[in-house]
Design a protein around this ligand. Structure first.
Ligand SMILES: Nc1ncnc2c1ncn2[C@@H]1O[C@H](COP(=O)(O)OP(=O)(O)OP(=O)(O)O)[C@@H](O)[C@H]1O
Length: 609
């Protein structure tokens, strides 16, 4: 145990790798360093008082075993004179020593309590600050990062793995406090009998080395727990989010099997860990008891020490052994948590991540034109989704992007909103590269209605004013009216204050779309990007969009992605995208007259209608 403990301490403090590997987590302690330092200070105090208590116990036992000999003394002159009293009787000095034992024990308990309080405080603080740092990391990522990470994995890290990190801090603090007490106890043992101490260290170290192989195994197996947890959260999330599809395709049984299997895998992973980790303690207990009893017998037979010293020695050793077992248990437990640490480090690390680079110029509004020049873009390194796109969008004009599904319309709109960066080429606003603008100032004057709307679990009012918190009641109502949402909002029990989303009233796809349009309009944007949904809107809502484009867009710059060509009859420019390339552009009428791709789409839609 000593060997193992010192090896652990050495590992922690000596190897630079420890800092290098864990500084992302350790640096969070700076937010609550006072409380963390207090935890250490009070642990040291508790351990010291443990030592004082042991000293007084030895004095007490000595006086009991030699009642008529010399007056009770600790050997520290000033202490014996001031505290035990010079002319006091043996019995009174004995009472005083007894009182000191009680006082030091109480003091130790108080310091232990305060240090535990500080430790718990540090635990919750660490989790809180880690969550904040992870949020900052996630918020700073380019959107492409979220394409590579599953929601299940991210949610698992922010919930389950955080809980495991909290337990790790608890474990480390336990290790520290118990470690300090262990040092005090060890010093006491050496003072009492260095010969017996060396024998104990040798025997217990042998035991520790044996147990360390088990801990290594536990650590290796623990990574599977994190992996199965990630997988389970992803499964559960998919089942809940995709419940309509599950019902539509009657795949409940199939989903149940996958869900049970994912949950079962966690059980299996834990079992593989428990199987080993639970054997550590009983093994350690049995073997250490065997060692202790053998040592007592040898000490008694050889008459190595006087009885009082022998009693104190074994009293200390008896208390020390469970302590070392606890430490072993905690080390084993910490080994099981290694996967959680890796997962969190992965989210916190800054290498291999592409961050959004904000510009410094304040965007004061579009004055003339947006130029898209020779832009290439792809989500994957070897696959271009947009190829050599060149396009101008003039202020106050409506530009419609049309074309077959997957042609790259949404991607192009996302590049204009700077959700992604072009791989080659550039996007200029009035001659200034889009990258140079402060993104908040740009997006304040821009509104985007995506195909997939997101409704927050809050009131309709908050959903509409999301991102425009200063919006007045009148502005919110006007935006709702323009989006043709007022009619159904008025019918709801609490009107604008009705809670919608997961915990509230469920809205139809079209209604959700109208809320999203109102959210965009309340910003009174100069540039409006409207990605017309292919499915959520019914024929009536199609008319709403039409009206919106007629009424609201006067004097605005509008980029509209249209699936129904009738919507964009009044567009100033129509751009046809095919497999990531602009194949035609011109006015609606010109393109029809050209009888090219656009005309073909037009024919197909007219036939369908
Ligand atoms: N986040 C993403 N990660 C990887 N590939 C993507 C991503 N989003 C879109 N793609 C791919 O990029 C291509 C263009 O998609 P995009 O959504 O821009 O097309 P679109 O013309 O808007 O389609 P639709 O009319 O169906 O909305 C498609 O092949 C699509 O599979």
């Amino acid at each position: 145990m000593y060997l193992k403990f010192s090896r652990l301490i050495l590992k922690i403090f000596k190897t630079t790798n420890f800092w290098k590997n864990n500084h992302l987590i350790i640096r969070e302690f700076k937010h609550f360093r006072l409380i963390a330092v207090l935890a250490i200070v009070f642990s040291v105090l508790a351990a010291s008082f443990e030592g004082f208590g042991l000293g007084f116990l030895l004095v007490f036992l000595q006086s009991l075993t030699t009642p008529n000999a010399e007056p009770v003394k600790t050997g520290i002159d000033w202490f014996d004179i001031l505290i035990l009293g010079v002319n006091k009787s043996t019995l009174e000095r004995l009472y005083r020593v007894s009182a000191l034992i009680v006082i030091t024990t109480c003091m130790r308990a108080v310091f232990n309590y305060v240090s535990s309080f500080c430790v718990q405080n540090s635990e919750v603080n660490l989790v809180h600050h880690l969550r904040k740092s992870i949020f900052e990391q996630l918020a700073a990522q380019n959107l492409s990062y979220f394409g590579k990470k599953s929601s299940g994995e991210l949610i698992n890290t922010l919930t389950n793995e955080m809980e495991r990190i909290r337990q790790i801090v608890g474990g480390i603090s336990f290790l520290t406090t118990r470690g300090l007490t262990l040092i005090v106890y060890s010093v006491s043992l050496f003072v009492l009998s260095w010969q017996l101490s060396i024998v104990s260290i040798l025997l217990f170290s042998l035991l520790a080395v044996g147990l360390s192989t088990l801990n290594k195994k536990i650590r290796e197996r623990s990574f599977a727990i994190t992996k199965t947890n990630d997988n389970f959260t992803a499964r559960a999330l998919e089942f809940i989010e995709g419940i309509r599809t599950v019902h539509a395709y009657s795949t409940q049984e199939f989903e149940q099997q996958r869900y049970y299997q994912a949950s079962g895998n966690i059980v299996k992973a834990w079992k593989r860990v428990y199987w080993v980790s639970l054997s550590v303690r009983p093994l350690a207990e049995s073997l250490s008891t065997l060692i202790l009893i053998t040592m007592i017998c040898v000490a008694l037979v050889t008459g190595l020490m006087e009885v009082s010293t022998l009693l104190t020695f074994f009293f200390v050793l008896f208390r020390l052994v469970p302590m070392t077992q606890d430490l072993n248990g905690v080390i084993a437990f910490l080994s099981t948590q290694a996967g959680a640490v890796e997962n969190i480090k992965d989210l916190l690390k800054t290498e291999d991540k592409t961050y959004f680079q904000n510009g410094h110029l304040q965007f004061a509004g579009l004055k003339r034109v947006i130029d898209i020049i020779a832009v290439n873009f792809g989500y994957e390194p070897n696959h271009l989704v947009l190829k050599d796109i060149t396009l101008t969008i003039e202020k106050g004009k409506m530009v419609a992007l049309v074309g077959a599904s997957g042609g790259g319309k949404t991607t192009l709109a996302d590049l204009i909103a700077r959700f992604y960066e072009p791989r080659d080429g550039k996007i200029l606003i009035d001659g200034v590269n889009l990258k140079k603008f402060d993104i908040s100032s740009l997006r304040r004057r821009m509104a985007i209605v995506s195909q997939k709307t997101f409704i927050f679990n809050t009131s309709i009012r908050n959903n509409i004013s999301y991102g425009t918190l200063a919006a007045t009641e009148a502005e919110i109502i006007e935006a709702a009216r323009l989006a043709n949402a007022l009619e159904f909002i008025d019918k709801l029990p609490q009107g604008l204050d009705t809670i919608i989303g997961a915990d509230g009233v469920q809205l139809s796809g079209g209604q959700q779309q109208r809320i999203a349009i109102a959210r965009a309009l309340v910003r009174d944007p100069e540039i409006l990007i409207l990605d017309e949904p292919t499915s959520a809107l019914d024929a009536i809502t199609e008319q709403v969009i039409q009206e919106l484009l007629d009424k609201f867009t006067v004097g605005k710059t509008v980029i509209v992605i249209a699936h129904r060509l009738s919507t964009i009859a009044k567009a100033d420019k129509v751009v046809v995208l095919e497999q990531g390339q602009v194949v035609e552009q011109g006015t609606y009428q010109d393109l029809l007259e050209q009888r090219g791709k656009f005309w073909q789409y037009y024919q197909v839609q007219n036939e369908v209608r």
